[in-house]
Ligand binder design. Structure first.
Ligand SMILES: [Zn+2]
Length: 498
């Protein structure tokens, strides 16, 4: 529904939250100046109750000048082809690695007709998006329109992920808006850490984890648990999302081998065709790597291949179980519901010496979440090859293998890291908290206000906020030291007021 706004509001600079408002999915923000209209992300709503929103376009797509894309996850860019289907003819702007990943992921999602995206738009709309994709480099300020300039900064979330700084003219003044997009955590030294932006009038931050401290340095424990499992003759199953999680797991396994924590000869089977293609893209962008990873690539090391590494798929990977040798299997899906992971689980679940290492978020109701909740008998969806081809089937099994969860692979900043990053600003006019559920976004806004002294709110879906260069700044609270260390700190409770 279009509301008639008073003429002063039509000419004003405004920001409208069209998704990821008090929810995680459907990231989308509409920035309007008196002359230009820009979307920041246009992603898929993921949850069952929000999915019906995917077809809604509460604006005329042909009136949009640009779409700025923070990164390749489909909850941020998955609906962009729908804009082209409905008359958008402008460009999508993102980092080059985001373009490469988006092309791969968008093409693949069309291969699955049951996916939501397949029904929303066709391959010609994806092609239109890719043909109009304008690649940017990090850290270069670009004048996009007469009244709008942008600069992409590394967000350290997945390869190519960016925070976006936007300057827009508001009369004879300038307003600077900063979007964090999804901000990475700093526990795995594969990608560069998030860039320290130091100034902005309005800041839009993510709150996937809300006001919780999540990330601890579990690297030693992760290595120890894998080593112990292998030493007792057990094998390890690591279900991992194909984008970013698989690459970080392989990077860490290579590092544990180099450090002698797990034996060099232990076979590691990477069983996912999609993950393999994504890993190849990661390997092409060493310039985006963390200095520690960069040192290795500069020395000729392949970060994702190491002694004992086997890049095999399907039947061949499953056959490895018959060799009776302790091994590590890295495979999708990350929640064990589809892909090749269930086939491996079927072979491993009844052996108490085996370890299931959960390294990603598990949606409520997924097989992974039920295993984590301690269910003792589960139904596993498996594929069977018969005369008529591959068919779906399921088997019921007792759960005897050990199950552990490791948070260190999470690729979102926790509250501590986000507050430290925001404290670098010194002053802001207003902070908006998005990309988290209702409780997390409201709590995060509250702790930003309380600890930093910045005005912070959790906007609701479709809220439109008028931005003004004349609005008073709020200065950083004197003596604010929100967290003692990045990425979570044991001292946090003493210094941060929840
Ligand atoms: Zn993301």
């Amino acid at each position: 529904m279009f509301l008639a706004l008073p003429s002063w509001a039509q000419a004003a600079t405004s920001l409208q939250f069209l998704g990821a408002a008090r929810t995680v999915g459907g990231s989308a923000c509409l920035l309007e100046t008196g002359k230009s209209k820009i979307l920041i992300d246009f992603g898929l709503f993921m949850s069952t109750e929000d999915r019906l929103r995917n077809n809604l376009l509460p604006f005329d797509p042909s009136s949009i000048d640009y779409v700025l894309l923070t990164h390749a996850h489909s909850d941020h860019g998955g609906r962009i082809p729908l804009l082209y289907k409905n008359g958008f003819r402008g460009k999508v702007v993102g980092i080059g690695a985001t373009k490469a990943l988006t092309r791969l992921i968008m093409g693949a999602s069309l291969d699955y007709p049951d996916r939501e995206a397949g029904a929303l738009f066709g391959s010609q709309d994806v092609a239109a998006m890719m043909n109009n994709f304008m690649s940017l480099s990090y850290d270069r300020k670009v004048d996009l329109l007469p009244d709008v300039a942008v600069r992409f900064r590394n967000a350290g979330h997945i390869l190519g992920s960016a925070m976006i700084e936007i300057w827009c003219k508001d009369g004879d003044q300038t307003i600077k808006i900063v979007f964090t997009g999804d901000m990475g955590n700093t526990s795995i030294p594969l990608l560069k850490v998030p860039f320290d932006v130091r100034d902005g009038d309005y800041v839009i931050v993510e709150a996937t984890y809300g006001a919780t401290q999540r990330i601890r340095n579990e690297t030693p424990q992760f290595g120890k648990e894998i080593r112990n499992t292998l030493q007792t003759g057990g094998s390890v199953l690591i279900p991992a999302f194909t984008l970013d999680r698989t690459q970080k797991v392989l990077f860490m396994l290579g590092r544990l081998k180099r450090e002698g924590i797990i034996p060099e000869q232990t076979p590691v089977y990477a069983d996912s065709g999609m993950a393999r293609r994504i890993t190849r893209i990661y390997a092409r962008y060493a310039g985006h790597f963390h200095p520690e990873a960069r040192k290795l690539t500069d020395g000729g090391q392949d970060l994702f291949r190491f002694p004992g590494f086997h890049d095999v798929s399907g039947v061949e990977a499953l056959r490895a179980h018959d060799q009776g040798m302790p091994a590590i299997y890295v495979t999708s899906s990350g929640m064990l519901d589809h892909g090749n992971a269930p086939q491996h689980l079927e072979k491993m679940i009844e052996e108490p010496q085996n370890l299931l290492a959960i390294v990603g978020w598990q949606a409520p109701g997924s097989l992974g979440s039920r295993l984590l909740a301690g269910e003792r008998r589960v139904r596993i969806p498996v594929r069977r090859e018969g005369k008529g081809g591959v068919g779906a089937d399921s088997v019921e099994k007792d759960v005897k293998m050990r199950i552990m969860q490791f948070d260190l692979f999470s690729n979102h900043a926790d509250a501590c890291q986000m507050l430290n990053w925001l404290a670098g600003f010194g002053k802001t006019k207003q902070v908006f908290v998005v990309h988290g559920d209702k409780e997390n976004t409201i709590n995060m806004a509250r702790i930003i206000d309380r600890n930093l002294g910045f005005k912070a709110v959790a906007p609701e879906l479709n809220d439109r906020i008028i931005l003004s260069a004349d609005l008073q700044y709020r200065n950083l609270k004197a003596g604010a030291i929100p967290c003692a260390g990045l990425g979570g700190s044991e001292n946090m409770k003493g210094t941060m007021d929840f």
